[in-house]
Design a protein around this ligand. Sequence first.
Ligand SMILES: [Zn+2]
Ligand SMILES: [Zn+2]
Ligand SMILES: [Zn+2]
Ligand SMILES: [Zn+2]
Length: 476
Amino acid sequence: MPASDSDFHASSDEETHADHNIQGGRRSGTGANGTKSKHRTTQAWEAAASKNWDLQEGADGRIEAVLGGLEEADKRRRLLKDTTPLQRGIIRHTLLILDLSTAMNEKDLRPTRYLLMLNYLVTFIQEFFEQNPISQLGILGMRDGVVMRVSDMSGNPNDHINAVRALRTSEPKGNPSLQNALEMARAALYHTPSHGTREVIFILGALLSSDPGDIHETIRACVRDKLRITIIGLAARMHICNEICAKTNGGDTSTYNVAVDEVDFKELLMAVTTPPVVRATDKEMRERNKAALLMMGFPSRVVETSPTLCACHGNLNMGGYRCSRCAAKVCGLPATCPACDLTLILSTHLARSYHHLFPLMNWVEVSWDKARRKQSVECYGCLTAFPSIPAEYGPATSNITSIAIQKSSTRRAEGASESSRYECTVCESHFCIDCDVFCHEVVHNCPGCQSRELISQESQDEDSIGITNGNQMELS
Ligand SMILES: [Zn+2]
Ligand SMILES: [Zn+2]
Ligand SMILES: [Zn+2]
Ligand SMILES: [Zn+2]
């Protein structure tokens, strides 16, 4: 080791004298010799890591207002997304393929890639069914050159969570095989109905694939079967993965990403919970979608005094739902009736899927000037008092002035509203950041727009003055 080390130093020194520019772009050579580090270009991850400490105190010498602004900006960044209403496949048939090979023992993601993946998967499964209640999920694992079944296609999150938890007791082993996995996914999705999507999501830690045959043949078969493949890499980009994603997504490679750290990994995984856009090239699918009517049952809940067998698992349990067509008892919803194959759901499941098709518009930041014109003093949603308008923007109306002036004197972080108000562009109500997050992530509706509809209905019905307190505040 020492001999080779000195060789390395000597040769890299020579290079430095010969050409500074080449040395500058090199990643491994510079770490060994501290004197050359100043010639090195900053890597993207280094810039991101040092940015956190780049805090400047406000004009009043305090840091609270700046930190508050950073926090708001951070919340907003997660919230802002494309709100164009697009046709999305809300009935999804998704297969998750996990890498269970030795590459998952790497500790570059803490505690190990394997354990981190299992942790995030539990959250992912819950979120997936929260966002896609009428979809089906299945999990496969690549271990030791073959593909094993972790859990079957089902709409019940608990089945998958239990299966993922059970993986903790086993160790990653051998090499993964992308070809085997694709073949198995193709077979598993072959019988899914045409009105839904066919999606495959890989979590891949390895930088190799040990395949028994020609993977290009398999990719072509996947394209024929209209599979859409998403790959989340944990190590580095691979050409074959890029090719798989490009070919199965009509040339679009945005579905292939490599996570740089734990946070990035989680974000990439959670991004999958949003239903995919139906592409313009999927002509056949669109035509089919136009006329496709799907039969669904809305079963009624049964209350029992003694346990009976459920038709789905054959377990003895109390209560459940009775299929509206054949009266078989299932223990949970959504489900497919095991006796007559009818899709059984609750109306709330349909409503929850609906918001993907008509997303709530992003709310906009409100300047002090606008806040003064509207004279908004509290959040329309939760009635939390806003910081009042500073003196230079007109007369302050609220009794809490001291905090407000402190805040106004500091420039807030990029993305945060200077007045801490966020406006719905439809009803022009002002909201706080927490209501902004809550309305966009949980309720998917605007309280201002909703109450307005309610008020106009009431006034039409009763033909009287239907102005409530909330509305008065706005009109004043
Ligand atoms: Zn059951
Ligand atoms: Zn039935
Ligand atoms: Zn609020
Ligand atoms: Zn609104």
